[in-house]
Structure formats: C-alpha cells, structure tokens
Design a protein around this ligand. Structure first.
Ligand code: GRF
Length: 201
C-alpha cells in the first residue's frame, strides 16, 4: 500500500516536486493525498495545480492566533488521513498541539547538517561559520526548532568561493534525492523512532 503523504509548503516547492517525480518514476511508493500551502501565491501551489494534485490553501487570518490557525490546519490534515506529514519549505512553526496530534509522523528537510545551523538561513550560517562541509538533514519534527530525531543526512563540500546561492543550489540537489529516499524507507516500514534516535530496520 502506497504511503499516504500530506505535503506542507510555503513557497517554491521544489522538494515537493522532487517527491512527486520520484512517485511518478516509481522510486517512491507513496501517494500525495494533499498539498497544503499557507501562501496562496506560492509557486509550489501553481505546480501542484498543474499536476492535478489535491491542493488546499490555508492562509492565516489577520489577528488569528497560532493555536487557532493550527487547529484549522490539523483539521485539514486529519481530513485526508495521511500516514506522514512532510514539511517541504513550510515556513511556519507548528504548535505543540499539531506536533502531538501527528507525533512521530511529521518529517522535515533542513539545509544543513543538523544539529549545526538550525533555523533560518542555514546556508548563510554555514558560510559565516567557515565550515568546509555542510549538507542537508531529514528529521522527524519535535517541539523544538529543527531538533527532532535525525533520519538521514547528505554532506556537500563548501567551496572557498561559494556564495549563499551557489551553496544553496549544491545542497538543494542533494535535498531532492535525500527526501524521497527517506520517505521510501518509511514507506517500506524500515524506520522506527525510539526516543531521540531513529532506528533503520
Ligand atoms: C529547502 O532548502 C528546505 O531545506 C528548507 O526550505 C527550502 C524549501 O525549498 N526547509 P523548496 O520550497 O522545497 O524549493
């Protein structure tokens, strides 16, 4: 049975596209049951519509609290009964309520080798720190910011003449491979979360 995925996006959606391509190429045994965006104008929304994927736009109302927004988001996600909620450039911090509701079923991709450089502008942080190697991480989401159990990582070199753009592009290429590969491990039932660690069976 294909893994039922809800994908949450806010922008470009290139990771969502890579996941969709991996499904089409039969490298990932999954079904995208919903793409949910908190931004109506996100390019990822246009892509999802062009591919006839089920898309929902859920913008935060002016004055709406994070908790109220998350309650609506939970209802949207729960309505499609996904096995996994995949964050792919979703720029909103999820409330503890959301995280507990889908405990150990939310995954995220982050453009650094966590636990280094969590939060925004991870590639810029890596350049500023002068590291020679960076990369990307797929992890389960807990209540911290990019602190959840790590599923897998890919390293890329940082070159002396790198800019934020060139490093981001090199990392993104690996993100597109890593995310689908991790989701396929989950689809195959090979992933178990035990406390802070992920066991690969
Ligand atoms: C990626 O770099 C991802 O690691 C980070 O946000 C970016 C999203 O890019 N969480 P895209 O929308 O998937 O193209």
């Amino acid at each position: 049975m294909a893994l039922k995925l809800a994908i949450l996006i806010s922008g470009r959606g290139s990771n969502m596209q890579a996941i969709h391509r991996a499904i089409q190429d039969k490298k990932l045994d999954a079904e995208i049951v919903s793409v949910i965006s908190d931004q109506a104008g996100a390019p990822g929304v246009a892509y999802a519509r062009s591919q006839s994927l089920p898309v929902r736009v859920l913008e935060r109302g002016s004055g709406e609290s994070r908790e109220d927004y998350d309650r609506r988001l939970i209802a949207e996600v729960a309505a499609v009964s996904p096995q996994i909620v995949a964050l792919a450039g979703f720029m909103r911090l999820l409330s503890p309520h959301f995280i507990q509701r889908f405990a150990n079923r939310i995954v995220n991709i982050h453009p650094s080798l966590l636990p280094s450089f969590p939060g925004l502008h991870a590639q810029r942080q890596a350049l500023e720190a002068g590291v020679r190697v960076s990369g990307c991480t797929v992890h389960f989401v807990d209540e911290g910011c990019d602190t959840g159990p790590i599923l897998d990582q890919r390293a890329v070199p940082v070159n002396p003449d790198d800019t934020e753009e060139t490093l981001s592009a090199r990392i993104l290429e690996q993100e597109h491979r890593l995310y689908s590969a991790c989701l396929q491990l989950i689809a195959l039932g090979k992933v178990r979360v035990e406390g802070r660690k992920v066991l690969l069976l």
